[in-house]
Design a protein around this ligand. Structure first.
Ligand code: FNR
Length: 360
């Protein structure tokens, strides 16, 4: 590596230099006009901090728990697909970095390394992100493999009945490789004359009929706690709690699905209020700085998940790159806590931020 990046945005630039354009575009891109993509990041700029002074900042404790698992800081790894396009070691490298940083990795259902490979490569606390497939029997098999391999929770992604329109992938004719989790079960090498095969893959594989009743089906086949990822409204947050989920992830899929959904940070509080402390609320979308982590916690998130920055680190320097990205965010977050007068995460409250979302 030429010069060591000093922040997440510099890692992004490094990833741009090392990745083929097609893969860089796949990782960075969003849906259609990419309005929400920009908003996810920019909305954090409309939140200002209200630091308290003369607070003992000699010891800062960033640790927290998620579903009872203690992690070193409220910064987790979001599920992102196909890590071997970024680095030959793929999700195994990412998981090792998660273990080294003492945080939780959520493995994507669309990973390039298998559930088993990732589990045997390290002792990171792992959750598994699930898409319910038309072939429910295959989803059930995967859930059982996940359970047998020591994953601690299922994160059910619910914002993808169809794939969002990602124009860069279509232009680049982005074609995804066979995914090893499905080897011997079904082919993920879909052929199409439409440019990218990603849309056809999703259309062919995913269960587009998924409804709230199906959470009951998922609960019937696993004892693992189930989190729902992709909630953006108080209406859905209430339904999720009613059907008995163990947690909610406020997410717009990194702005890759429906453009013109609000920036996730601008709807976090709405969801937190609806949930009323009954289950933990996690958050993702646009986290690029330690101050962003702090803001999400102040608005009620238990922890944040980080998507693209992790992939930038992986592309730039494999396991070490992912570690650096998480460490940088942790360092920035720790400094933010110290300068805001919050020695522990429970000290971070709503009164430590002021938002401009509601102003005209
Ligand atoms: C994703 N995301 C995602 N989500 C999911 O539930 N399953 C998946 O397989 C993927 N795959 C995926 C690939 C890539 C390249 C990206 C960028 C994102 C969404 C992801 O979990 C998360 O919601 C966002 O990435 C969060 O936004 P940031 O941190 O990337 O801004």
């Amino acid at each position: 590596m030429a010069t060591e990046p000093g922040n997440v945005n510099e890692f992004r630039e490094l990833a741009r230099q090392v990745l083929p354009k097609m893969y860089y575009d796949f990782y960075t891109g969003g849906a259609e006009d990419q309005h929400t993509l920009k908003q996810n990041v920019d909305a954090f700029r409309r939140i200002m901090l209200r630091p308290r002074v003369i607070v003992d900042a000699s010891k800062i404790d960033m640790s927290t728990t998620v579903l009872g698992y203690k992690i070193s800081a409220p910064i987790m790894i979001a599920p992102t697909a196909r890590h071997q396009l970024a680095h030959p070691e793929g999700e195994v490298a990412t998981a090792r970095a998660a273990a080294a940083c003492n945080t939780i990795m959520v493995l994507s259902n669309m990973s390039t390394c298998t559930v088993e490979d990732v589990a045997s490569s390290c002792n990171a606390i792992r959750f598994f992100q699930l898409y319910v497939l038309k072939r429910r029997d295959i989803s059930a098999q995967i859930v059982h493999r996940v359970e047998n391999n020591g994953y601690k929770a299922i994160v059910l992604t619910v914002d993808t009945p169809r794939l969002g329109r990602r124009e860069a992938d279509i232009k680049n004719r982005m074609v995804a490789p066979q995914l090893r989790n499905f080897e011997g079960l079904l082919s993920t090498e879909v052929h199409t004359d439409k440019g990218s095969n990603l849309e056809a893959l999703v259309k062919g594989m995913y269960d587009t009929s998924l409804s709230w009743e199906d959470i009951g089906w998922l609960k019937s086949i696993t004892n693992l706690p189930i989190l729902i990822k992709g909630v953006l409204t108080h209406e859905d947050a209430r339904k999720a709690v009613e059907v008995g989920v163990a947690g909610i992830v406020v997410s717009n899929h990194g702005a890759r699905q429906l453009d013109y959904t609000p920036a996730t940070i601008s709807v976090l509080e709405e969801v937190v209020h609806a949930v009323g402390g009954r289950v933990p609320v996690l958050f993702d979308g646009g986290v690029r700085r330690g101050t962003d982590v702090f803001k999400a916690l102040a608005l009620g998130a238990q922890a944040v998940l980080v998507g693209r920055p992790v992939v930038y680190g992986l592309a730039a320097n494999g396991e070490r790159g992912v570690r650096r990205v998480i460490e940088m965010l942790k360092d920035e977050f720790e400094l933010t806590m110290a300068l805001s007068g919050c020695p522990s995460v429970k000290d971070i409250t709503r009164s430590h931020v002021t938002t401009e979302f509601d102003k005209p």
